[in-house]
Structure formats: C-alpha cells, structure tokens
Design a protein around this ligand. Structure first.
Ligand code: ATP
Ligand code: MG
Length: 761
C-alpha cells in the first residue's frame, strides 16, 4: 500500500506514537492528566483511516460526554482533512446504544420507534406500580425505587439476576417491582436511560448472530476516560471487542470521579486480565500545565492510598505558582474572581492578555454558581454555564420564583399554572380546566378562578381541600408583601415551607434532590441583597433579558465533573472549604472512599489549568440568612507549599493585585501548606481583624462591615447588633473589648465586640 504522508504523527512523542501505531490487538494507555491520551486516541483514529486499515464506519469511538464527543469529532475532522469520506461512529455510550437498539428493538420486545422516558415519566410509572402493589408510597418513595433500579442497571442486572441479598430491598418487593416496571415499559414501547445500554448487552448475550455482526462491523474500538465506565458499559465494550480484540482504552485511575454512579475503577485493572497480551503504554510527559501547577496537583493526589502510581513531568516552564487566597465571604470571592478575570483579560502583571474564552471557574457544587452569575450579570462580565442550565433557569429555581411572583402579583397566570400542582395537590388536567373555564367566564385571573371554584365547591375530593389551602396561602403571602417594611427573606422561607415545595424535595430520594435543596437555599441567600421580593424579581427579569446579548468572549462556569478532559489557560477553583469541598456527604461517610473520590476531583480541577490556577476559600458562607463560618478545605493542607503562593486578600493595602504584595511562606522549607500558614499570613490576620473590605457598593445594610478592636468605641449602649449565631440583639453594657448583648431570641450573652456587626435599629 502506498504510504501516505502522516504529519499528525510528527506531533507525537515516542510513547504516544507507539500507542497510535499499535493498531491491532488490545492497547491500554494508562497515564496522568494532560499527557496527551485524548490526542493519541484521536491520532489513532486518523491513522486507522490514513493507512486504510479501516473505513470510517468500521471504527467505534466512545466518550463520556456529548461535549467530549463533539470535540473529538472536531479534532478528527481537522486532522483528517481530505483523507477520508464519512466519519467514524463517535458518541457517548448512550447515543451509540440508541442507534444500535433502534435496529434490533424487537429483540428487546420493543418497536423501533420506542420512546425514551425522562425521570418524571419514570417516577410517575413507578408510583402507579407501587400503589398497585399496596405499598405506602410515603414510607417507600418511588424515587428510592428509581435509584435502586438505576443502580441495578448500571451493574447490568436484569430483574432475574438481582442477587438474592438485595431482593429484600424496598419492603421485600424491589425485584418484583423492577420486573413489573420492565413489563410496563415494554407495553408502553418505552425505555428509560439505563435500559439503552442494558438492552444492548442482553441482546448481544442472547443473540450471538447479532453480536457477530457488530463485531465484524466495528473492527476497531476506542474508549476515552475508561476509568469512569460502569459494569454495564464495560460488558458492552467487552462483548463488542471479544472476537477481534482491537480495543484501545485510555484512562487515568486518579481521575475516576463517577464512583457514585457505579463507575468501577477496577475495570482498568481488569483490562490486562480480560485481554491477555495487551500492550500497556504509559505516558509520562505532561504538555498541558506549568511545572508548579503539575507539582501542586501531584502533591494533592499523593495523599490517596491504593493508586496505581504514575510519574508525571513537564519540560515546560515553572510558570506561576498555584495561587491561594482566602476571602471574607462568597460574595467577596465572586467579586474578586470577576475583577481578576477582567484584569487577566486586559493583560496584567506583564502577562499577555487572556481571552475570557480561555478562563474557567470550576465549582464543586452547582449552587456555587449563583454568586458568580449574579456578580457577572451585575458587572456585565459575559459568561457561559457548561453542562447545565444557568442558575435562574433551573427547574427548582423557576418553580420557587413562580411562587414569589404569585405572592407579589396574584394575577400572574403563568406563575399560577406553573405551580398550581407542584407539589402535587390532586389538581390534574380536569381540575385545572375547570379553574380556567371559571376564570375565563368571569374575565378574572386564574387565582380568582380558583377562588370561585373553592366557593362553588366545583372540585371535589382531596384536590378541593388542597386548592382552598393554596388560595388562602397565596392571599396570606400577598398581604405580607403589601406592608412596605416586610421581611422578604422570612416570607420567602415561609412560602417555600407552607406551599410544601421544600418538603417535596426533602422527600425526594433521587441523587439530584440534595443539590436542588441547596439551590433553594442559595436562592434565599440571593434575596439578602434586595429590599423586597419585588426588587429581586425585577433584578432577575432584567438579567435574564440581558442574556440575549451575544458577547464574543465568555468566561466558562461549570462543575468539576463537567470539566473532565478539558483544559484552560486560566482556572479558578473557588469554595475549597470543608463541607463544600470535600463535600459534607463524603466527610460523613465512614472509610476513605468518599474523601478519596473528592481528592481525585481536586486533582482533576488543578490539572485543567495550563498557566494560572487560583484556589480560593471563604471564611463565611450564609445559609438561610445565617452566617456559617467555614474552615479551609483539608485539601489546602495537602498542597505542597513550594508550589503555592498565598495572596493577600483583596482590599488590603488599597486593594487590587498590584498593590497587594503576595505573601510567600518565607523559608519555603515546609513541605505542605498548613492552615497556620494561611492564618499567619499578614493578609489573613488583617482580614480577620476586620480591615478586609474596601468600601463596596452595598445593595442593603452594611453586610461586610466587621469591627476591629479599635472600633469598639463605635458601639454605645442601646445599639442594635447582629451576631451570626445568635441573631439580632441590643448592647446592654460595654467593658473593654467585651459587650453584653441581649439577643432577641438567644437571650443575654457576653461577647467579644468583633464578633458582632451593627444592625439597623
Ligand atoms: P486528560 O487526562 O485531562 O484527559 P489527556 O491525557 O487526554 O488529558 P490531552 O487533552 O490529549 O491530554 O492533551 C493535553 C494537551 O497537551 C493538549 O493541549 C494537547 O494538544 C497537548 N499535547 C498532547 N501531546 C502532545 C505532544 N506530543 N506535543 C505537544 N503537545 C501535546
Ligand atoms: Mg483526555
């Protein structure tokens, strides 16, 4: 065969080249972050085509996210140029499985036009089955069953082969209900998400002829991010690759971050067993990050036990040290990051300007995004949220806002329609139709239509009583908003509480529910910057309107999970606080499994950065209007100090980066950053002493004011003050730096003056 030029090979190092050129037989590429695994995988696809070893449709390439699949298609497209016609099968496990399943639907008892249910439909169906089985849904919620079924499907377990020790789950009915659910799905000609892969696996296992057809078809299989495959995905791959064994998997055990969804890092370790004689290739040179960033990431991950252990090095510059900065609170953190991003965009400290497109903020939990979105919208810094809706577009936020809207304007029919039956009040289509008819006939808003329905007892049963409660609730809330000085935060909490909306998510057993509850808390937190609900709703509608303006450059905000495989010249990692990162759940777990997965997430985060990586934490966060003091993350202790620079918190020495000289560690002999280093840095001490914040425009009362020792004289007896734990109170006596305060709820206390802030009388 005539050799074609292969310029794409010239960009590879010898190990990568070996991985690309070992076209036949099993290949495992096991290597740390940024070593060019994905690059090698992509080049391998191009090489298969360029050497005419395979036609495009003979190649199957699997990635984890749609974004990764899109990027791979782009990379292959660029490298391919004119070489080949058509593209290989590239996609996620799910998208590829749908394609296969449509062709063989009848073997799974389905028709080719089957529908894929979303979670809501899935839950509705399970509820019916639970009711039919005479099980109390309150004790045994449908969402719990949904979680169990997903777990079984991830492990490729059909109802028939769920192990007997798990069959006792869900009131001894788990497997029976699972079987009934599968039957119902078939009758409905539907699948859920987990079925897509499981049906493929069962078809492959039961029909060797079909499997054989795909084995002949997909002669070369490639898998990126192999460390995150679950058992079902693993079986899917193994079945397809069994005959020709031309399978190339790339992964990094240190980046396994989906254990909570059933991913088994053991799949990497099993590879050599399943495919004896596999070529194992290690890549050790990192091309992505500067030496300081790489060393910081390696330092953190080295605290995990049971790693395969890999060497990583870079020929690149040492670059800037990883920057660590403590902030007073989350709002300050968002403000600082916004300013820093803009400074970097302009070009600061002798650095080349960095486009916002090349900057990213990676958060542990999606509720952290709210503070950034609000701040950026306020200052007009363009941003995009990757891998999920923006904060104010989230389902639970739109629901909660609809309640607020209705409380403020009872004639808001769109808001009414959105929440009249959320949570479920037994007011289905028929009841809602009745309400609409009554409202239309009288030419009044739906809420008044509902009032009419209550008066005429049009709607019977449980729905009737619930509708009365709903109408009374809205009337009560609306009354509150008519008082010019009403406490809107208390009202918001009351609405979410009395409407049953918070309870709905508390009873929800899906993995997303805790995140949704956090988002609701975050929403209440956002309210604190406004005087009332009206002002807040106005703010949101204005900022939502702004979104349509298309900016050319945008900073990206996403979760650490969504950032897997990506890279950015500038990365901000906010919220490194115990309880947030590592998450409280992982800290509460016995054993190290949870914490180790969080640590891998920290490693993923740091290794996304090419040139500048900034880790930050706040010493205060507010939850439901209460200050909560935070401890810096334990992962901060694990950063090797030689590679970290502690920055002075903003506002000191006049504020701004240039004026605030970075605070180093002095000798540099310490191996790790200790929290004491952070606390003892002059910047942090001054921050704690209350000289932290430059004057900032305060939407409402002086949220950021802290009182330092000299400022004690600022208090006089009778002053109203606020304490983060005890709430509001009045100063009754002053003695040195101590105050006697009579708190409205907590009663009299003696306190050090700097722990309270002045409050409005
Ligand atoms: P991750 O584990 O984060 O997914 P990875 O191992 O897949 O990382 P890539 O994304 O493929 O790494 O590569 C990281 C960066 O290094 C990319 O910008 C890539 O273009 C570059 N790179 C990879 N290999 C080389 C090479 N041989 N020469 C120069 N640059 C390279
Ligand atoms: Mg990669």
């Amino acid at each position: 065969m005539a050799a074609r030029p292969a310029p794409y090979l010239d960009d590879l190092n010898p190990a990568q080249r070996a991985a690309v050129e070992a076209l036949d037989g099993p290949v495992l590429m096991l290597a740390g972050a940024g070593t060019g695994k994905t690059k090698a995988l992509t080049s391998r696809i191009v090489h298969l085509l360029n050497t005419q070893r395979a036609r495009p449709n003979e190649i199957l390439s699997v990635t984890f996210t749609n974004k990764a699949a899109r990027e791979m298609k782009e990379r292959v497209g660029r490298l391919l140029g004119q070489v080949a016609e058509g593209m290989p099968w590239m996609g996620t496990f799910h998208s590829l499985s749908v394609k296969i399943l449509r062709r063989h639907a009848e073997l799974a008892g389905l028709k080719p036009n089957f529908t894929i249910l979303d979670t809501d439909d899935q839950i509705r169906l399970l509820k019916q089955l639970i009711a039919a089985a005479d099980i109390d849904e309150k004790r045994w919620p449908a969402r719990m069953l949904a979680g169990m079924i997903d777990g079984w499907k991830n492990r490729a377990l059909t109802p028939m082969n769920v192990p007997s020790n798990e069959a006792s789950g869900f009131n001894n009915m788990g497997t029976e209900l699972y079987a009934a659910y599968q039957d119902r799905l078939r009758t409905l000609n539907a699948t859920d998400f987990g079925d897509l892969l499981l049906h493929c696996v069962t078809i492959f296992q039961a029909h060797p002829d079909v499997l054989g057809q795909y084995q002949r078809w997909f002669r070369y299989i490639l898998v990126d991010e192999y460390q995150d495959t679950n058992v079902c995905q693993y079986l899917w791959l193994r079945l397809l690759a069994q005959s020709h064994k031309n399978i190339c998997c790339v992964g990094d055990d240190d980046q396994s971050i989906y254990g909570w969804r059933g991913a088994e890092v053991g799949n990497i370790l099993r590879f050599e067993k399943d495919f004896p004689g596999a070529t194992v290739i290690k890549l050790e040179q990192n091309y992505r990050s500067t030496a300081h960033i790489l060393a910081a990431a390696s330092g953190v991950i080295s605290a995990n036990k049971g790693r395969l252990g890999k060497t990583l090095w870079t020929a690149g510059e040492p670059g800037e040290k990883v920057r660590l900065i403590g902030h007073w609170d989350g709002e300050e953190e968002a403000r600082w990051i916004g300013e820093e991003a803009e400074a970097l965009q302009r070009g600061t400290r002798g650095l080349d300007p960095v486009s916002l497109d090349h900057q990213a903020i990676l958060v542990r939990a999606s509720h952290q995004m709210r503070a950034f979105e609000d701040r950026f919208l306020t200052i007009g810094l363009p941003y995009r949220v990757i891998g999920g809706p923006r904060f104010y577009e989230r389902l639970e936020i739109r629901d909660a806002m609809a309640y607020f809207r209705l409380a403020v304007s009872p004639e808001d029919d769109l808001a009414f329609e959105r929440i009249i039956n959320t949570p479920k009040r037994g007011l289905g289509d028929k009841a809602q139709g009745d309400i609409q008819r009554l409202a239309r006939a009288a030419g009044v808003p739906l809420l008044d239509g509902a009032r009419e329905a209550v008066a005429k007892a049009t709607i019977g049963g449980k729905g009737g009583g619930q509708l009365r409660q709903f109408v009374e609730g809205v009337d009560r809330w609306h009354q509150v908003t008519l008082n010019p000085d009403y406490n809107h935060i208390a009202l918001a909490e009351q609405i979410l509480d009395e409407s049953g909306y918070t309870t709905m998510w508390q009873n929800d057993k899906t993995p997303e529910a805790p995140g949704r509850l956090d988002n609701l808390k975050e929403l209440v937190k956002a309210l604190e910057q406004f005087d009332n609900l009206q002002g807040f709703l106005e703010h949101v509608s204005l900022i939502m309107d702004n979104e349509t303006e298309e900016a050319s450059e945008k900073i990206s905000i996403m979760t650490l999970h969504a950032a897997k495989g990506l890279e950015f010249p500038v990365v901000f990692l906010p919220g490194w606080e115990d309880g947030l990162f590592p998450s409280q759940r992982s800290m509460d777990e016995s054993g190290l499994k949870g914490i180790e997965e969080e640590r891998r997430l920290a490693y993923v985060g740091i290794t996304r950065a090419e040139r500048i990586c900034t880790i930050s934490f706040a010493s205060n966060r507010r939850v439901y209007g209460q200050w909560q003091s935070q401890l810096p993350s334990r992962f901060i202790d694990e950063l090797p100090s030689d590679h970290v620079e502690v920055l002075t918190p903003p506002g000191l020495y006049g504020g701004g980066y240039g004026a605030a000289a970075p605070v180093g560690f002095g000798s540099g002999l310490e191996e790790r950053v200790s929290k004491a280093d952070v606390y003892n840095s002059p910047g942090w001490r001054r921050l704690q002493a209350g000289q932290s914040n430059r004057p900032v425009q305060q939407p409402k009362e002086s949220r950021h004011v802290t009182i330092d020792a000299e400022a004690i004289s600022a208090f006089t007896i009778g002053d109203r003050v606020f304490h983060q734990k005890f709430g509001y109170g009045k100063v009754t006596d002053i003695e040195g730096d101590k105050l006697d305060v009579d708190f409205e709820h907590a009663g009299p206390k003696k306190l050090v003056a700097r722990f309270v802030i002045p409050a409005a009388q």
